[in-house]
Design a protein around this ligand. Structure first.
Ligand code: PR8
Length: 468
């Protein structure tokens, strides 16, 4: 197990994020702390999606004939589908699949729902669990067989331009989401051999975990008219003609939480961005016999004030050594800790520890401004986490001018290697063969330069990395 892997497993357990002891491989239990982080992350995403999408909820089971209708799609998923074959003791006359994703659950209904051009665009999403019988090594939150938080959006448009514009909108939406969480990423267009089964093309978000491997944390697919033809989803134009629609879909998973934990965490444990922290502030009273009640009263008053102003706060008045409490809240990643003793109250001071920097400072306490002051610090933490993560990320993307160069970088420094590429599939597969890692995708067009492998004119800048 790599050092990061070990750290990751330990922190999931110690911080009570998820329990991996559930007796089915790849399926885990969300514990209260993890569930709260998940809840706040979902809240952020819902706020973004609800601007112009509507939430729906489809059944978990998909009839075999619907799943099988789209040949390319089903081929891509056939080895990963879990099947329900019986109802009690009775064999079902039609097998039912546990959704690996919901195109084939939703699109037969879209066939019924879409009537006129005035119904379009239609932008729907759902947040559900999906099941994939992954054959690669499973890892908690990173590669699971029950994706417990699959956020899938599906959109329908009258023309190709509408779908293409939606791909751009979705990329912007997900970029904003990852920005709120301070997760750095690259967006690339996946090589054709690695696109979503049934898509015209796939755009993917990748981040870097501390062990130097990239993690695909989200994808946006332009489905063109493939599924529209398969499920005969048509609309009536203003002129009374019937046309097939154009579609997109995009999704995120539990990997969002894995990347928050992996990217911001440190040797003392979790470091949570305030937006998803179960507690944003923890107050630890420093109690001695003298004045203990005064300190507790003050801390309670402060707690209530923060709470009334929308800050998630906890007063830790357990009868434990302060050091033990500090260790615990640091490990759990609480962004801000306030330590308050009698002398501090008398001097109108509080001691404040920022989890992102571990800097401790004595802070002037003023009742009138304390909320604004703390919110300012919390925002500063959000910004700082993002800046630190992006700095690290950018320094881990290195250009290579030859395949040997790429090999050396991947061996020594890990991370992502950028290079000029002709875009040809056989050349790309050859590169993957030689460097033994995957081409993530292409990030931008280039107008000069030569392909790192075959030497013909390069079409684009591409990225290589060891992936999860
Ligand atoms: C779609 N259909 O399904 P996608 N464990 C954790 N995360 C995973 C796993 C897994 N086993 N498999 C995939 N992901 C489209 C879009 C509706 C929504 C994550 O797309 O198959 C990856 O981050 O690409 C992936 O980018 C995302 O789910 C969407 O899955």
């Amino acid at each position: 197990m790599s050092e990061f892997s070990e750290w990751f497993h330990n922190i999931l357990e110690e911080a009570q994020i998820i329990d991996t002891r559930y007796p089915i491989k790849g399926m885990h239990v969300w514990q209260p702390q993890g569930f709260k982080i998940r809840k706040y992350a979902l809240k952020l995403l819902r706020e973004l999606l609800d601007e112009d999408h509507e939430e729906v909820l489809f059944p978990l089971l998909i009839p075999e004939d619907e799943l099988a209708k789209e040949a390319i799609h089903v081929k891509g998923f056939e080895e990963e589908v879990y099947w329900v074959t019986h109802g009690g003791l009775t064999p079902l006359n039609k097998k039912l699949a546990l959704r690996p994703t919901s195109e084939t659950a939703m699109y037969p209904m879209f066939n019924l729902w879409v009537r006129s051009h005035t119904d379009l665009p239609m932008k729907l999403y759902q947040i559900v669990n999906t099941f994939r019988y992954e054959t690669k090594h499973t890892r908690p939150l990173i590669r699971v067989r029950e994706i417990t938080t699959f956020k899938e959006a599906h959109t329908i448009h009258v023309d190709y331009e509408g779908a293409q514009k939606q791909v751009e909108n979705a990329i912007e939406l997900y970029s904003n989401f990852f920005d709120y969480l301070g997760i750095p990423f690259v967006v690339t267009r996946r090589p054709d051999w690695d696109k979503f089964p049934g898509a015209d093309y796939t755009m993917a978000f990748d981040t870097l975990m501390p062990d130097g491997k990239t993690l695909q944390i989200g994808t946006v697919h332009n489905l063109g008219q493939t599924f529209a033809h398969t499920f005969d989803i048509t609309y009536e134009t203003a002129e009374g003609e019937h046309e097939h629609v154009y579609q997109t879909c995009y999704g995120l998973s539990d990997r969002v939480i894995a990347s928050i934990i992996g990217i911001h965490g440190d040797s003392s444990g979790l470091v949570l961005p305030p937006s998803v922290a179960p507690y944003q502030v923890v107050i630890v009273p420093v109690l001695f016999k003298k004045g203990a009640q005064t300190v507790l009263d003050f801390c309670n008053h402060l707690k209530n004030m923060l709470k009334d102003n929308g800050i998630r706060v906890h007063l830790d008045d357990r009868d434990l050594r302060a050091g033990k409490k500090y260790y615990e809240w640091e490990m759990r990643g609480v962004p801000l800790r306030l330590e308050i003793g009698l002398r501090d109250i008398e001097n109108k001071k509080i001691v404040l520890l920022r989890r992102d920097t571990m800097d401790k400072e004595t802070f002037d306490y003023q009742e009138e401004t304390i909320i604004t002051d703390l919110n300012k610090i919390l925002n500063g933490i959000t910004q700082n986490l993002k800046t630190m993560a992006w700095e690290k990320f950018n320094s881990d993307i290195r250009p290579a001018t030859s395949l040997q160069d790429a090999l050396d970088i991947l061996k020594e420094d890990k991370g992502i290697v950028s290079f000029d590429w002709c875009g040809d599939e056989s050349c790309g597969r050859e590169i993957e063969e030689i460097v033994k890692v995957d081409i993530l995708g292409v990030s931008e067009e280039v107008h000069e330069g030569k392909c790192i492998n075959c030497g013909s004119p390069a079409k684009s800048r591409a990225l290589l990395a060891k992936t999860y």
